[in-house]
Design a protein around this ligand. Structure first.
Ligand code: NIG
Ligand code: FE
Length: 390
């Protein structure tokens, strides 16, 4: 049995209201005891005989971030597209094709190295769980090898063969839907199935057919909904019991009320809002309706090229109207709910000891000090995975 004690914690975020104050379940000056990769106790003193003591004086301890929406398997660069947006161009789904060409041309090892590099960045900023989607292969071979790359890094893998209609099927989009249903889905071992249901991507009818086929094959649904245009994707997500509907920028009040009355988590993507089309305090509308809300990076080379959950927290506060507490909760507990997980995203007794130790005395610094390097140590299942020494 291995044990670790995190002592003198300036602020402990448990996300468990019975273990502390408010939404974040906060306490001060506690010791967090970890045993065999799990949270064993929250105590006022350090127990005898622990294997390792980490002094957290002046530091905040939070659950590791759960990034429930990423597109990390890709090759190529689209910085020129970002620069064009800075000159007033609009983001559209069309840019995805550039990344598809680069991804198809890349070897498996290039794709793995690219993903590993981004995951290292994420880990250094406190992310302990990532969901990873395919979606830049769009052939049977390239989707399945993208999934193989993703599976080496996480159990939270998502088949997004329905990202856009690939070039070779532009005159026969239903032919591509058939390929997904008849060949790609049967070959997929992903946990989740996702569809980009939007202008320039897949219609609600195509989305329904693909998600139903994915469900029949044992995958669980989630949807890219209302990113660029308002469709019936939210109603479809709720009808199919999707774990999450993501983006939601163009949602109606009826969509928001329906999500709030459902078990589908509303996942907002502050990095995409920052990089593409932000309008108004999007998050407040969901929070005020009492929808269950997550925030995630959406890390991808087109609409949101960030791996940083602290950046997304800061952007959620300044652009989307979250309070700091709501943003930290959405980046941890919310992300876990969007993956239908209760063992992560909180530091209740028995939860996985996935933890970020912040250099600051308060979690507020995550939004108050945007761009600063705030994560001192990340632990996964009670083990230090990286200590960044500058
Ligand atoms: O989630 N919305 C669709 N997919 C990505 C963007 C992909 C890209 O532009 O490469 C997203 O924002
Ligand atoms: Fe996305």
């Amino acid at each position: 049995m291995s044990s670790v004690a995190l002592t003198n914690i300036a602020t402990l975020v448990t996300n468990s209201p019975e273990l502390g104050e408010g939404l974040l379940g906060l306490s001060q000056g506690k010791t967090l005891v970890l045993e065999d990769g799990k949270v064993a106790a929250i105590s006022d003193r350090t127990p005898e005989g622990v294997d390792e003591v980490i002094d957290c004086a002046g530091r905040t301890v939070i659950p590791g971030f759960v990034d429930s929406h990423t597109h990390l398997v890709f090759a190529g660069d689209r910085s020129a597209e970002f620069a064009a947006r800075s000159r007033g161009e609009k983001y559209s789904a069309g840019g995805i094709k550039t990344t598809v060409a680069a991804t198809r041309a890349a070897s498996n090892s290039e794709l793995s190295i690219n993903a590993q590099t981004l995951l290292d960045e994420a880990l250094s900023q406190g992310t302990t769980t990532v969901e990873i989607k395919t979606g830049y292969g769009l052939t049977l071979h390239d989707e399945i090898r993208s999934l193989d790359v993703a599976s080496a890094f996480t159990d939270e893998t998502t088949l997004l063969a329905a990202h856009v209609i690939p070039e070779e099927y532009v005159n026969n989009p239903d032919g591509y839907v058939d390929l997904i249903i008849k060949e790609i889905i049967p070959a997929s071992s992903a946990k989740w199935i996702d569809v980009f249901c939007d202008a320039g991507a897949f219609s609600p009818e195509q989305t329904r057919a693909i998600l139903l086929a994915g469900q029949a094959a044992g995958m669980l649904p989630r949807i890219h909904a209302n990113q660029l245009s308002r469709t019936t994707a939210v109603a479809l997500a709720i009808e199919l019991g999707a774990a999450s509907a993501d983006h939601l920028s163009a949602s109606s009040d009826a969509d928001i009320e329906a999500l709030a009355a459902s078990t589908t988590v509303a996942t907002l993507l502050p990095g995409a809002e920052f990089s593409t089309q932000h309008e108004g305090k999007l998050g407040r509308r969901f929070l005020d309706a009492h929808a269950q809300v997550a925030i995630a990076t959406d890390c991808n080379p087109g609409s949101s090229f960030t791996t940083s959950m602290p950046f997304c927290i800061a952007a959620a506060v300044s652009l989307l109207g979250f309070t700091v507490e709501e943003a930290v909760h959405a980046a941890t507990s919310g992300g876990a709910a969007a993956l239908r997980r209760s063992d992560i995203g909180n530091l209740a007794i028995g939860s996985r000891a996935d933890i970020a130790i912040l250099k600051s005395p308060s979690y507020i610094h995550l939004a108050y000090r945007p761009g600063a390097d705030l994560v001192e140590t990340t632990l996964k299942a009670g083990r230090k995975v990286k200590i960044w020494q500058k």
